[in-house]
Design a protein around this ligand. Structure first.
Ligand code: FAD
Length: 326
């Protein structure tokens, strides 16, 4: 590992200034970044610890609106009683991520900005497109855990499962930098066709400070499912967040977000259209799930993910409509 400078600013302004240094990188819980240093994927000139930044470790729920600081851990997101009441699927998704030990360290800021877990990207042996190479090795290699949509240029999936729930509830991300800004979380992620070398819309010197999640609409019913291959901890085969504005058994508006199936979290707009105005029953949930997978383009070893997605999505729609926790 190359030597690096360590700095621990105590204000957001000082952190932004420290991150403007060439080769500087932000360090939060270190769950992802320290792995990447050990895997020799990154060799920063400076690590900027975010731990001492004030006010980034708070969760507030006021008037139904949740504000979540970037340094809040996944363990706290999962356990916060006010958030569980106001935006339950965020707590559900956080509580299903990783393991208890990792959730105690992992922050939501780092979770949004973590890099993909594609085994070719993570191995220093493979100089894939994400590292400036000319190839995506997953196209011809072992692609059993890879993307089944939008996978031609790069087949790595977005690693965060918490973002599916956040996007389904319309979260916005707040960013500090030369100019403070706030963007919809749904448009924060960068598609490989736009820039295959990065996954998030953060410029050098910018820092995620937190998230805000709007108050839930009246009659909103939600459900979240993370489908894994084994019962103990695992990365997802697929994960799904569903938010339905209901009028009795009729769906007025649907927001459906799919994770672990594309390089960025994917809105299932085709399924949302099927549900809008429909009575939500097993047949409608099945039609919506079929619409969601219609444009899938699985690779040689991952068409099982498409079938799993169809089943999990139909079940999660039914859970949401019935107001059942997944
Ligand atoms: C075994 C294992 C299982 C996992 N399972 C899941 C899972 O099921 N679901 C899931 O969602 N995740 C999962 N993860 C990923 C884990 O949740 C993330 O690695 C973690 O949330 C990263 O947060 P961190 O605070 O440790 O970030 P760090 O490792 O400190 O940083 C990660 C990246 O984000 C950048 N960064 C950190 N904070 C900020 C900020 N405020 N502003 C801008 N950039 C920032 C860093 O520079 C770095 O590039 C798993 C990880 C492991 C090791």
């Amino acid at each position: 590992m190359k030597n690096f400078e360590w700095v621990q600013p105590e204000t957001v302004a000082d952190a932004v200034a420290a991150l403007g240094h060439p080769g500087a990188m932000a360090l939060a819980g270190g769950v992802d970044l320290l792995d990447r240093l050990k895997e020799r994927l990154d060799s920063p000139s400076r690590l900027v610890s975010l731990r001492k930044l004030p006010n980034l470790s708070e969760i507030k729920v006021a008037g139904g609106v949740a504000t979540i600081g970037a340094n809040v851990t996944l363990a706290r997101l999962a356990a916060d009683p006010a958030l569980q009441k106001s935006h339950r699927i965020i707590s559900d998704a956080a509580g299903h991520a990783a393991t208890p030990q990792l959730r105690a360290m992992a922050t939501i800021g780092g979770n949004l900005a973590q890099r993909p877990r594609c085994w070719y990207f993570r191995s220093e042996e493979f100089v894939c497109r994400k590292k400036g190479g000319a190839e995506c090795f997953a196209q011809e290699g072992d692609n059993s855990m890879h993307a089944v949509f939008d996978n031609k240029l790069c087949a790595a999936t977005h690693p965060s499962t918490v973002v599916t729930a956040l996007i389904a509830l319309g979260a916005r991300v707040t960013i500090a930098g030369a100019k403070a800004r706030e963007v919809e979380l749904a448009s924060f992620f960068v598609k490989p066709e736009t820039d295959v070398r990065r996954e998030v819309d953060l410029a050098s010197g910018e820092l995620i400070t937190g998230l805000s999640v709007p108050a839930s609409a009246a009659n909103l019913r939600t459900a979240y499912t993370k489908q894994v291959a084994k019962q103990s901890f695992d990365w997802p085969l697929v994960d799904v967040a569903v938010a339905l504005v209901m009028d009795g058994q009729t769906c007025r508006q649907a927001t459906i977000v799919l994770g672990a199936v594309a390089p960025t979290p994917r809105r299932a707009v085709e399924a949302e259209r099927v549900l809008a105005g429909a009575t939500v029953d097993v047949l409608a949930a099945g039609r919506a799930a079929r619409a969601a997978i219609a444009s899938a383009s699985p690779l040689a070893h991952n068409d099982h993910k498409v079938q799993i997605l169809e089943t999990v999505l139909a079940r999660t729609i039914m859970n949401a409509a019935a107001g059942r926790a997944s």
